[in-house]
Design a protein around this ligand. Structure first.
Ligand SMILES: Cc1cc2nc3c(=O)[nH]c(=O)nc-3n(C[C@H](O)[C@H](O)[C@H](O)COP(=O)(O)O)c2cc1C
Length: 362
């Protein structure tokens, strides 16, 4: 005891004190992690780390219910429903009756908000519904939805509610030709792309960035919901306060000519079980974005978004984020400075990151 008091009052008293606090914290965590209840208690009483996420997930659920009534140009319930119909349409063998449990809701959701939907989504929905109703058999729910859809088409004027051109239904890919990019070319692109932190101080043409984003939008996403947005900043006055927030950009923040903030939208889901999908989907798209930039002569650097309450609050203020919207990551981009160095960033060898049929014993 005496030695503790001595250390506490000594010249390194504060450091000693911090070490003790850390020891106690670790001891508590060693106990807590073995019990789901204690882990929960930890985040309830001691650490606020998950508070903002919990609030965002609930806000997402509420926004999902509003969104499916179609007050926005993207309707996530509809997107998922159309995606499910597409999967039903490509089934082998295709069932005569499918989607009976949600088709009425899907048609209703489409019709009530048709005017707000973006044209691409409306065409896609229109085409897939049309195909679905032309191939499915008799069933009370399907018949009701079919009538509802047909009435809507008839009452929407001569163009039938501006249907798509029928080009949005499942199809067989033309696989006669070899892939347009061979593996050597793709590998060369992958080797060439590095995280670049030194950029030329010249504007980045927005048309090029739009091209890259349109390519990035082709990335897969769970149920094709694409629950994210690219918020782009190329105005130095807006970039400066933004780049004060991430922690990993110190030293080169003044050099970044443009930055994308990927923002995930939890309103795409009614269930907490899907809360991680925004990160997965946005990251898959971000990777395509960075490759696409590289093909256009631009370079990029992903920037980590730390889930720290004060930083989240500030980002929310700067971008005017809704409660269900969460920053996923940032991507700095621009023309690379030809004299700027990049780390070699040696990768983990194949044998360490790949295994087949491996089952660890418990
Ligand atoms: C999710 C994520 C977060 C990252 N955050 C940062 C960051 O905050 N600052 C930074 O300089 N680089 C950041 N990077 C870049 C990595 O340091 C880089 O990808 C890694 O060192 C490998 O280098 P390479 O991209 O050139 O292959 C991040 C990368 C990813 C994927």
């Amino acid at each position: 005891m005496k030695q503790y008091i001595k250390a506490l009052l000594g010249p390194n008293g504060i450091r000693f004190c911090l070490q003790m606090v850390d020891k106690i914290r670790l001891t508590w965590l060693r106990v807590a992690y073995k019990s789901a209840f204690l882990s929960r208690l930890h985040y309830l009483l001691i650490s606020p780390s998950f508070t903002r996420e919990a609030q965002a997930v609930i806000a997402g659920h509420i926004r999902f219910e509003e969104n499916r009534k179609n007050h926005e140009s993207v309707n996530y319930f509809l997107r998922r429903s159309i995606h499910r119909l597409e999967k039903g349409l490509i089934m082998r063998p295709r069932r005569e009756v499918f989607a009976a449990d949600y088709i009425e809701d899907a048609v209703a959701s489409f019709i009530t908000g048709r005017d707000n939907l973006n044209q691409q989504e409306a065409d896609w929905a229109n085409d897939v519904f049309t195909e679905y109703f032309s191939v499915t058999g008799r069933n009370p729910a399907i018949d009701k939805a079919r009538d509802h859809f047909q009435q809507f088409r008839q009452s929407s004027g001569p163009d039938g509610g501006s249907p798509g051109m029928g080009g949005n239904i499942p199809y067989v890919r033309a696989l006669g030709e070899p892939p347009p990019v061979d593996h050597d070319a793709f590998r060369a692109l992958s080797v060439r792309r590095r995280s670049v932190r030194w950029f030329q101080q010249k504007p980045v043409p927005r048309e090029l960035v739009d091209q890259a984003i349109e390519t990035a939008a082709l990335a897969p996403s769970a149920c094709n919901r694409q629950p994210f947005e690219y918020r782009l900043f190329d105005d130095p006055a807006l970039i400066a306060p933004l780049l004060e927030l991430p922690m990993g950009i110190k030293g080169y923040e003044d050099n970044v000519p443009a930055v994308a903030v990927l923002v995930g939208k939890l309103r795409a889901y009614p269930h907490p079980r899907d809360r991680h999908v925004i990160y997965i989907d946005a990251s898959l798209s971000a990777m395509s974005f960075m490759y696409a930039l590289e093909t256009l002569g631009l370079s990029s650097c992903p920037i980590n978004w730390p889930d720290v309450p004060q930083r989240e609050r500030r980002m929310k203020e700067l971008l005017g984020l809704a409660l269900d919207e969460r920053p996923i990551m940032l991507v700095a981009y621009g023309y690379p400075d030809p004299d700027g160095m990049v780390p070699k960033s040696t990768k983990i060898p194949l044998a360490e990151i790949r295994s087949y049929n491996r089952v660890n014993s418990a």
